[in-house]
Design a protein around this ligand. Structure first.
Ligand code: HEM
Ligand SMILES: [Cu+2]
Length: 625
């Protein structure tokens, strides 16, 4: 096999450690790190907002926040956790891992990838800058019309929200297209679709959900901003508009969005569980089929968020039924994860603990889902704390715990160092117990009638004990996050060196050094099996001798070729993606400042796109630098 040293790479400037090298980077691994660090910062901000909300609710008639601030905090908490934590943190994993897992040197469009990151950063900063003007969005994360109309929300708060989300949507759709094309076109020879790691499949399905779901919210937001900025009447009842239009458009996006959030968690768990059970994933094709059918069904259930709007019994029954159907593919996945562990040689490492934590909490969140889909029950649960308990089980349990497991699992690959297992176990147990103690009792107060999005409750409702309990537990989660940060820093500085394959794992990224060289693979690998790296290490336990000899022949053939020195040619760094993202952000901000600023932003964007398209992909091969 070729070694790293005998392959000369055209060094991209982005291999340095300077700020400039990060600004101009188009390396998928670095972009992954940028996504991770940014979303981690938003996780801390969103977490602090949650703690403030909980401080206010710790006692009846709380005095810590006034109602307006309370509205801003839950709106920004929800919006940031969905769009600036969950999605980009999943994108961090997509970015770092997809090319490595499919045996590619980068994504299909590395510059478009950089553009996605910078546009995401621009949109998220735009929305958060509202705090500087004391006008943070306050209409809730699903921003119902007509709360968001000029009449009921004068000022700019809703514009920060709507325009910020529009910019974020551009970033998401560009990234999703990039991953779809990468997965279709850049798989290593031999990696058929049914040999892809499950994580790659989940990324693939998630990306399709993004490109089909985001147009709905984009249209909804454009209508909203037209109503607010130019006086149109899409949602104005008095003028013949219809606020229900917003609800339909929002939830046609919003329900697939919850699968956009949770499928990456499924993908991560599906990589961790087999590795630490020492068994291939149980029922691979059922796993893939279930995810694809969840993706399709996810588009047919949106109005289960609207049972209380009076749609009529037929519509209610149809949407309740389609929602319950989703329990079938979800159940298949649960069954397969459990069956993967069953009879395996389980290693209870920190990533495995988080994956098992994911399984149990997601199960609980999954069970309260059908309860909410039962119309007569939902009529009582709607807008109450039972719902808050339900979706935090899904989001915190299904996604955050899985992402944490993913960090522990791939940190060695990303940094070349192991994370500390002992601190990791403290992190796991404080976070796992903290989240259960926080979110489980929310079901009790919810069943007892406590409403959500209301900043106070009177004494004597019987909610005092559990609210205090929930708040204390929420601070326990806060503590666990500090333990996590501590572990990240300590392990980054002085963690044990990881080596290529510290977990004895299965997928391609573990066959190359940690951290991977800039060009990832010296030789694009030949794929003959699922779990290729296990196969290379241990052969096929089922005596598939013909395949075995073919694989070793392929390896030998490559060894011959690699005797001669050759170049891996990588595209050059570029600052145009950042400038295009900045132009879009300025255009959006301009709509709040002055129309001329908006026009300036659009002009800037057009010029930057033009310059980008003229820039050669890389310097000619003979031009050494
Ligand atoms: C750090 C632990 C967390 C705590 C203590 C927490 C707490 C809360 C509370 C108390 C509310 C309800 C506010 C109200 O109804 O008045 C809320 C709303 C919400 N949370 Fe969290 N949360 C946490 C993490 C998360 C995560 C990780 C996500 C998503 C990935 C998330 C997504 C949401 C959403 C979407 C809302 C709805 C906002 C709205 O009603 O508009 N939260 N959270
Ligand atoms: Cu839904």
């Amino acid at each position: 096999m070729a070694t790293v040293t005998d392959v000369r790479t055209q060094e991209r400037v982005s291999t340095g450690a300077t700020v400039w090298s990060w600004i101009t980077t188009i390396d998928h691994k670095r972009i992954g790190v940028l996504y991770f660090v940014t979303s981690l910062i938003y996780f801390l901000i969103g977490g602090l907002e949650a703690l403030l909300i909980r401080l206010q609710l710790a006692t009846p008639d709380g005095q810590i926040l006034d109602p307006d601030t309370y509205n801003q905090l839950f709106t920004m908490h929800g919006t940031a956790m969905v769009f600036m934590v969950a999605m980009p943190m999943a994108a961090a994993f997509f970015n770092f891992l997809i090319p490595l897992m499919i045996g590619a040197r980068d994504v299909a469009f590395p510059r478009l990838n950089a553009f996605s990151y910078w546009t995401f950063l621009g949109g998220s900063l735009l929305m958060h800058s509202s705090f500087l003007f004391g006008q943070a969005p306050d209409g809730g994360w699903f921003g119902y019309a007509n709360l968001t109309s000029k009449e009921y929300s004068p000022g700019l708060s809703i514009d920060f929200w709507g325009l910020g989300l529009l910019v974020l949507g551009v970033a998401s759709v560009a990234a999703a297209l990039n991953f779809i094309i990468t997965i279709i076109n850049l798989r290593a020879p031999g990696m058929s679709f049914m040999r892809m790691p499950v994580f790659v499949w989940m990324t693939f399905v998630t990306s399709f959900l993004i490109i089909f779901a985001f147009p709905a919210i984009t249209a909804a937001l454009i209508f909203l901003e037209f109503d607010r900025l130019f006086g149109t009447n899409f949602y104005e009842v008095a003028e013949g508009g219809d606020p229900m239009l917003w609800q339909h458009l929002f939830w046609v996006f919003g329900h697939p969005e919850v699968y956009i959030l949770v499928l990456p968690g499924f993908g991560i768990a599906s990589e961790i569980l087999p590795t630490f059970s020492r068994k291939p994933i149980f029922g691979y094709s059922a796993m893939v089929f279930a995810a694809v059918s969840i993706g399709f069904l996810g588009f047919s259930v949106w109005a289960h968020h609207m049972f209380t709007t009076g749609m009529g019994t037929i519509a209610d029954a149809a949407f309740a039924g389609s929602t319950m159907l989703i329990a079938i593919p979800t159940g298949i996945k649960m069954f397969n994860w459990v069956a993967t562990c069953f009879g395996g040689r389980i290693r209870l490492t920190v990533p495995m603990l988080f994956a098992l934590g994911f399984l149990t909490t997601f199960l609980i969140g999954g069970l309260t889902g059908p309860m909410l889909a039962a119309v007569p029950l939902d009529l009582h649960f709607q807008d109450g704390y039972f719902v808050v308990g339900h979706f935090h089980y899904v989001l915190f349990g299904g996604l955050i715990l899985a992402l944490m497991g993913g960090v522990y699992y791939w940190f060695p690959k990303i940094t070349g160092r192991m994370m500390d297992e002992k601190i990791g176990k403290i992190h796991f147990w404080t976070m796992f117990l903290g989240m259960n103690f926080t979110f489980f009792p929310m079901h009790f107060v919810g069943l007892d009638g406590m409403p959500r999005r209301v900043s106070t409750y009177p004494a004597g409702m019987g909610w005092e004990f559990w609210n205090m309990f929930i708040t204390i537990s929420a601070f326990f989660i806060g503590l666990s996050v500090l333990v996590f940060l501590h572990n990240l820093v300590v392990s980054y500085i002085k963690g044990k060196p990881a080596g290529n394959d510290p977990w004895d794992a299965r997928t391609l990224e573990w066959a190359i050094p940690s951290p991977p060289p800039e060009h990832n693979f010296d030789e694009i690998p030949q794929i003959t099996h699922r779990d290729q790296v296990w196969y290379d290490k241990y052969g096929d336990g089922h005596g598939d001798a013909a395949q075995l000899s073919k694989a070793s022949a392929a390896v030998a053939e490559h060894a011959d070729e690699s005797d001669e020195e050759h170049e891996v040619h990588m595209p050059d760094p570029s600052y145009w993606p950042l400038l295009v993202g900045a132009g879009l952000t300025i255009a959006a901000a301009g709509l709040m400042i002055h129309i001329l600023v908006a026009i300036f932003g659009v002009a800037w964007t057009i010029v930057a796109v033009y310059a980008w398209s003229l820039e050669p992909a890389s310097t000619p091969p003979d031009d050494e630098h």
